[in-house]
Design a protein around this ligand. Structure first.
Ligand code: 13P
Length: 291
């Protein structure tokens, strides 16, 4: 399939009220597993890489592998840089061939957040079909180099959200509505569904134009996930769940095959555990057969 921008596949999802899984990977085995699961389910897919694994593997290497896989795939697949707080690095990774860039200037005041987000948008839109995600309010927890303490987290003000979207020209918007990165301390975290509804109505009420992102997917109960999707969340981010799956599968395989020295078998165990996990998420998000 030709390379597509995240905005295009997310607008379709927004219209049809399902969400595209945006799955964080840290290595190529995970990337292949995520793609294999999405292809079997005929589901559109966003592969996400945070700044640390992007720097570790190299943006050009990741982008080349991604493009090789995506161009011969039967489903639309995007490659997204997640939570980057450096404007310069956003530009470098856009140049390397990622199709979607998240500038996370959410810790700055709103005018500085708008200034930085607009700078990345202008740069990416100039290169071609590269779309940009921005965030307003702060999502608590830890995602790679971005750490926000619970008492520092601030929810997104709906009127400010509209101003942010209009003034930055951002393609995809992540409002903080109470979800958190990492493992939730309680089974029922306090989420502000009304706030999400209001933001959706303000930004996408007439004709959907700026898809909304839900961060902090790991640990949310299935009914909560479905409610967030029904209220207009069309990009659904999952990271910690996949990191746990990778580490647990590695540990379990090695513990039960302590005398075996066959890396390919460890990789297969990881791959199949990740595929099971992605199947679960695609089913929950309603994105199967939407490619
Ligand atoms: P979790 O790690 O809580 O799944 O959050 C993922 C995320 O929002 C990545 O941006």
């Amino acid at each position: 399939m030709p390379i597509v921008s995240a905005k295009n596949i997310l607008l379709k999802a927004t219209h049809e009220k399902y969400a595209v899984g945006a799955f964080n990977i840290t290595n190529i085995i995970q990337m292949e597993a995520v793609v294999e699961a999405a292809e079997k389910n005929k589901a559109p897919l966003i592969i996400q890489v945070s700044v640390t694994p992007t720097k570790f593997i190299g943006p050009k290497v990741l982008s080349s592998v991604y493009r090789t896989i995506a161009e011969s795939s039967s489903i639309p697949i995007c490659l997204h840089l997640d939570h980057c707080d450096s404007v310069d690095y956003c530009k470098e990774v856009a140049d390397a061939g990622y199709t979607n860039i998240m500038i996370d200037a959410s810790k700055q005041n709103i005018s500085e957040n708008i200034r930085q987000t607009k700078e990345v948008c202008d740069y990416c839109h100039n290169i071609g079909d590269i779309t940009v995600e921005g965030e307003l309010g702060t999502v608590s927890g830890v995602e790679d180099q971005v750490k926000v303490a619970e008492d520092e987290a601030a929810l997104c003000d709906p009127e400010s959200a509209l101003k942010f979207v209009n003034e930055t020209g951002v393609d995809i918007f992540a409002p903080a509505i109470g979800t958190a990165h990492g493992v939730y301390k309680t089974k029922n975290p306090k989420l502000d569904f009304d706030r999400l509804k209001k933001i959706y109505e303000l930004i996408n009420g007439g004709e959907p134009k700026t898809p909304l992102v839900i961060h902090g997917g790991t640990g949310l109960q299935p009914d909560v996930v479905k409610r967030l999707v029904s209220l207009g969340g069309s990009k659904f981010n999952v990271s910690t769940d996949l990191k746990h799956t990778l580490i647990d599968a590695t540990h379990d395989y090695i513990s039960s095959h302590r005398d075996e020295y066959n890396p390919g078998k460890v990789d297969s165990a990881i791959r199949s555990a990740i595929i099971d996990k992605i199947n679960y998420w695609i089913d929950l998000l309603g994105s199967a057969n939407k490619a």
